[in-house]
Design a protein around this ligand. Sequence first.
Ligand code: NAD
Ligand code: ZN
Length: 347
Amino acid sequence: TGTIPTTMRASVLLKQGVIEMQERPVPTPGEGEVLVRVGSVGVCGSDVHYYKHGRIGDMVVTAPIVLGHEVSGTVVGVGRGVSEDRVGDRVAIDPQVPCRQCRQCKTGRSNLCPFMEFYATPPFDGTFCDYVTAPADQAYTVPDSLSDESAALLEPLSVGLWAAHKADVGPGDQVLIAGAGPIGAMCAQAVRARGATDVVVTDFVDSRRERITSFGATRALHPVADAEEIAALRADAFIDCSGATPAVLSGIASTRGGGTVVLVGLGAEEMPLPVQLIATREINVTGVFRYVDTWPRGIALTTSGAVHLDDMVTARYPLEQVEEALNADADPLSMKAVVVVTPPESN
Ligand code: NAD
Ligand code: ZN
């Protein structure tokens, strides 16, 4: 793996809309940590949001920050207490670093840890750089058959896996998903992997509806033109991946009695609640915030071929072009942009 340099390249968001390449010290892995040479980093809507708006809700960019959190790479160093055998492992990183001490952490809800540190969420730097550190047990070794890009996309897949888990999807279920973006596509694949047989995905964008049938959807419908067909559904679960009020309201109305509504989309901050429907149908409404312990399943599902992540990548950029990568969503055909920090052949 060669020697580790003392400095590295980092693509830094100085403030809203301004990206600069900087030279920074290579981080030192602490106790229980590994040092990872970054391979691929997927671009997430949240990276784009920080870049274009300088904030997401009350998380505000007040100091320069490195974006990127969907990450894979190769272990090149270990901290105290970590076996040297890890060096050379190709890994995918679960970017959530919870405290492991609080009540939420101890009861299996580490995603809700109030002391969470997360790549690319102020004030923590992310992974648009050559090297990052991570807790050794959160750098999951991936098989050779999994590409760097697929390994990075285990992060958004994890959102889908957790949503499918919260929706309690089972074999033969009908699932309605609003929004055919990357997260909707991950949810569609995740619910198919749990045995859902009728997966209906809605989106206004023609190209996204056309494409979604190769990512798990069995039917792709237009929210307005196909409104009658959507209204007639009585889905076992509805997963919103649009954040759009009309989609959430029509999704709740299309959920069967005793079914589950999972809100993944973070769009409108508040929406009217159809209390009568929810009460008389005893619909369970829940949210999703990231995921808990989804990497082992994600690796198993992608390795077995039950889930396809490679086909989702629509554009690739080198580290020098993070800005272009963050603007890739301007292309309506864009699904997932990836920043290739270290090309596979040299990693
Ligand atoms: P995206 O913007 O690429 O996709 C959203 C899609 O919803 C778009 O294709 C849009 O055309 C479609 N849409 C808009 N209005 C609609 C309507 N009325 N009916 C049907 N579709 C409609 O975003 P993404 O990256 O796929 O992420 C989806 C959402 O998930 C975002 O709101 C994002 O913030 C959220 N998210 C949440 C978590 C979490 O942990 N809760 C994690 C990741 C992303
Ligand atoms: Zn905690």
